[in-house]
Write a protein that binds this ligand. Structure first.
Ligand SMILES: Cc1cc2nc3c(=O)[nH]c(=O)nc-3n(C[C@H](O)[C@H](O)[C@H](O)COP(=O)(O)OP(=O)(O)OC[C@H]3O[C@@H](n4cnc5c(N)ncnc54)[C@H](O)[C@@H]3O)c2cc1C
Length: 319
C-alpha cells in the first residue's frame, strides 16, 4: 500500500503541520509494510527535515503557479504525483480546502478530521472526529483514501529513515489557478499560529471588555502561547475573528488550553475538546466548562490571572 503525504510549507519552510502529517503517514506505512513519499512545493528547507519524520522519498516541485495557494492548482498537482492508495493532507486552512478536490480528482474517498492511525488495512479502517467534535466515528474505506489529519492530534514524532529526493515537474500553469492573489496585507507578524500552538490562552465574555485583554496577552507571551477567544467576544469586536475557537470557529488541539471567563458552552467545547490538558478559570463553580476541565480554579479572573502571571514570572526568573 503506497502512502503519499503533502508536506505543507510556508515561505519555503516546512510547517509543523506538514511534519506531523509525514509522521502520521510513516505510522500508517509501518503497519502497512510500505514507505512514505512526501510531496513538497517550492521548498528551500533541506529534505533531511522530512527524512527525520519518516519520508523515504521527497518529490520536490518548483512551480511559480504554486507559490500562492489555490485549491484547484494544488489538488491537480498533488493528484499528478500521488500514485498511491492513501494520501495524507494536514487539516490546515489550505489542506482542508484542497483535500476534497484532490479526492475527486483521484476518485478516492475523503476521510476528514482523523487523529489516530488506522486500525486495519483490509479494508482501511480509521477513526475520525465527528458530530462537531462530540463523538468519534470509525469508517472503513474501500479503494483509495485521502485523509485530512487534525493538527496537533498525532504529534510531529520523529522516526528517522534514510531518504532521497527527486526534483519533479507538474503540468500546472496559471490557467489552473482559479483564485489569484492580488494583494497581501499582513495584519500581525510574529504571532504564534493558533492552530499550531502547543499552548493556548483563551478568554471569553467574563473578561468584561477588550481593555482587559492585556493580562491575557501577557500570560500568553510568558508561556509562549497563542491567544484565542469565545465566539461572542469576536462577534462584539473585542478580539479578531481569527481568534474565535469552537464549532463555528477554529478547531484546535493544543497540549494545554487555558480557558478564562468562558462558560464552556457545547459549541465552544466542540473546537477545543481535542486539547490534551484543559485548565478552566471561572468565578462560577457551576460553569459547564469545569466538567471538561483537567484542572479548575474557581475564582475571579482579575485576581487569579495576575497571580498566575506573577508565579510564571518567578518560575522563569523574569522581573
Ligand atoms: C450555532 C451556534 C454556534 C456557536 N459557535 C460557537 C463557537 O464556535 N465558539 C464559541 O465560543 N461559542 C459559540 N456559540 C456560542 C455559545 O453557545 C456560547 O454562547 C458562547 O460560547 C459563550 O461565550 P462566553 O463563554 O465567552 O460567554 P458567557 O456565556 O457570557 O460566559 C462568560 C463566563 O465568564 C464567567 N465569568 C464572568 N465574570 C468572571 C470573572 N470575573 N472571572 C472569571 N469568570 C468570569 C461566567 O461565570 C461565565 O461562565 C455558538 C452558538 C450557536 C447557537
Amino acid at each position: 500500500m503506497a502512502i503519499f503525504v503533502y508536506a505543507e510549507s510556508h515561505d519555503g519552510k516546512y510547517k509543523k503541520a506538514g511534519l506531523e502529517a509525514v509522521a502520521y503517514a510513516k505510522a500508517i506505512a509501518d503497519v502497512a509494510g510500505d514507505t512514505v513519499t512526501a510531496i513538497a512545493f517550492n521548498v528551500t528547507d533541506s529534505s533531511e527535515e522530512l527524512y527525520k519524520y519518516g519520508a523515504t522519498k521527497v518529490l520536490k516541485v518548483e512551480n511559480s503557479t504554486l507559490k500562492n495557494f489555490d485549491a484547484n492548482a494544488y489538488a491537480k498537482a498533488v493528484a499528478e504525483l500521488a500514485a498511491g492508495e492513501v494520501v495524507v493532507v494536514p487539516s490546515t486552512n489550505d489542506g482542508a480546502s484542497f483535500a476534497p478536490l484532490l479526492a475527486l480528482k483521484l476518485g478516492a474517498s475523503l476521510v476528514t478530521n482523523v487523529e489516530k492511525a488506522p486500525t486495519t488495512f483490509a479494508p482501511f479502517t480509521v477513526a475520525r472526529k465527528a458530530f462537531s467534535g462530540k463523538g468519534i466515528e470509525t469508517v472503513a474505506v474501500t479503494g483509495k483514501a485521502v485523509i485530512t489529519l487534525l493538527q496537533n492530534s498525532f504529534g510531529a514524532k520523529e522516526n528517522a529513515v534514510a531518504g532521497s529526493e527527486e526534483s519533479v515537474s507538474v503540468s500546472i500553469s496559471d490557467a489552473d489557478a482559479k483564485v489569484k492573489v492580488t494583494g497581501v496585507e499582513v495584519a500581525q507578524t510574529g504571532a504564534i499560529d493558533l492552530k499550531e500552538a502547543e499552548i493556548v490562552v483563551s478568554a471569553g465574555r467574563g473578561l468584561k471588555g477588550p481593555e482587559n485583554w492585556g493580562m491575557i496577552e501577557e500570560l500568553a507571551q510568558l508561556l509562549g502561547a497563542a491567544t484565542a477567544s469565545s465566539k461572542p467576544v469576536a462577534d462584539i469586536g473585542w478580539r479578531p475573528h481569527a481568534e474565535h475557537v469552537g464549532q463555528t470557529g477554529k478547531a484546535i488541539a493544543p497540549n494545554l488550553y487555558i480557558a478564562i471567563g468562558i462558560s464552556g458552552a457545547i459549541q465552544h467545547l466542540a473546537g477545543v475538546n481535542g486539547s490534551k490538558t484543559i485548565v478552566v478559570i471561572n468565578n462560577d463553580a457551576e460553569a459547564p466548562f469545569f466538567k471538561a476541565a483537567d484542572y479548575g480554579i474557581v475564582g475571579d479572573a482579575f485576581e487569579v490571572v495576575p497571580k498566575l502571571i506573577e508565579e510564571v514570572k518567578k518560575l522563569k526568573g523574569v522581573a
